[in-house]
Design a protein around this ligand. Sequence first.
Ligand SMILES: *Cc1c(COP(=O)(O)O)cnc(C)c1O
Length: 343
Amino acid sequence: MAHNLRVARSHAGTACVFAVVKANAYGHGLSRARRALAAADGFAVLTLEEAANLRLMGVEQPILLLEGIFGADEIATCAELDLWPVLHHVTQLDWLQQQPPARPIQVFLKFDSGMHRLGFPLAEHAAIVARTKSLSGLAGMTLMTHFAQADEAAGVDWQLQPFLREMGGHGLPWSSANSAALLRYPESQGAWVRPGLMLYGASPFADVSAEQLGLRPAMTLQSEIISVQTLQSGEGVGYGQLFRAERAMRVGVVACGYADGYPRHALTGTPVLVNGRLSRTLGRVSMDMLCVDLSACADANVGSPVVLWGDGLPADAVAAAAGTSSYELLCALAARGPVMDTN
Ligand SMILES: *Cc1c(COP(=O)(O)O)cnc(C)c1O
């Protein structure tokens, strides 16, 4: 992660970097991520609980609450722990008006430039900025938006240009870039960038690999073979017998299943590394086990290591084969597996 943060910073120019560590740092563990990402200028999370945990761990940098406050009762904690809420709805402005923070806090005002998920309509910017400025207990504000297609051919221009055009007159700092925008559109930097996925070593783009972007996987999901079966031609393996052997073959049973966070919908042919050699899954993934093809792994046996993704096997490749994204793969990693620190 520390390496990937340096890559992010090299793209960020003069912008400050919020390391996005929501969803248990995309499955990597909040405390591990905070250690590896200690050089970030700030951290971005979803909940007060995550933010409070970061403060308990000794984080002194700014902490951004990506969805802001969920009730007026959270304002006091923001002031106490110096958390920076994103304000995206008038209800939140009402709460702040009714219960001004005891100590001035920084806020991020989020505008909807086309994603149509969170944010004030761009067209209302003058009134919203003016109303926010009139609130007491605010130390300053940054204007923010979020991209819907930064990782696709459509890009960010259709959102960024209207955002900058409308916001330009306020003379306030701004923030827009997620990983994909940071990597591809230097004009989207603003004062703060907000990379998440890239810090964990996965690529946000379908057509550019993490390696091509200079990123290194921060997580390796590894297990081992706990049984070896020999199938005869026509015999099937696993629930539903979804895979049937066309000739006699050896099959390795791996101690990893969907209860560990491996995608259940990964079909026969999803890549795995057995003894460091590329192979494929066979049949349906079960709760605690999955099967792999040992046809080309004569040396593999009970105890042989199996990498499900990570070092030597990008999560993106597994995600693509399983019809999902590396975001979902990493976040779904279950807490039951033992974890080793590598950086
Ligand atoms: C999750 C999130 C990010 C990080 O996105 P990545 O694609 O993982 O880099 C940035 N900004 C906001 C508002 C987010 O919710």
